[in-house]
Design a protein around this ligand. Structure first.
Ligand SMILES: Nc1nc2c(c(=O)[nH]1)N=C([C@H](O)[C@H](O)COP(=O)(O)OP(=O)(O)OP(=O)(O)O)CN2
Ligand code: ZN
Length: 118
């Protein structure tokens, strides 16, 4: 069984390695959407793969670090592409959520990165 919980945050960033002529070299912001995907057996008693409240508890502290922050200043996010934000989130919540199967980070409704740990 697969389950997903979505979160949202607003943040500023710039991409330092794209070259000065690329518009994303300049400071700008996005309304990010994050989808946390888990996969596992449904517990017979609870009926849950994982309680959504537990997913919220695992991701909440990261959300506080991301929301309304300048991403480039966060340790490990000096080059905050959607891909590297997805890896950053995955690596930090996997120890708390062993059933974690993937993290999607949407910069816009049309552009996202999907990391499954590989
Ligand atoms: N593979 C990736 N490519 C790009 C990334 C990324 O993270 N991974 N990031 C960017 C920039 O962050 C850029 O700001 C993306 O914004 P864009 O897609 O241009 O969306 P906008 O809403 O700003 O654009 P509109 O066309 O005006 O809607 C670039 N590439
Ligand atoms: Zn951007």
């Amino acid at each position: 069984m697969k389950i997903t919980q979505a979160f949202h945050f607003e943040a500023a960033h710039r991409l330092p390695h794209v070259g000065e002529k690329h518009r994303c070299y300049r400071l700008h912001g996005h309304s990010y959407r994050v989808e946390v995907n888990l996969e596992g057996a449904v517990d017979q008693r609870s009926g849950f793969v994982v309680d959504f409240f537990d997913i919220e508890a695992a991701f909440g502290p990261l959300l506080e670090r991301l929301d309304h922050h300048y991403l480039n200043e966060i340790e490990g996010l000096e080059n905050p592409t959607a891909e590297l934000i997805a890896v950053w989130i995955f690596d930090r919540i996997k120890p708390k959520l062993p059933q974690l199967a993937g993290v999607k980070v949407f910069e816009t409704p049309d552009c996202w990165a999907d990391y499954d740990g590989a």
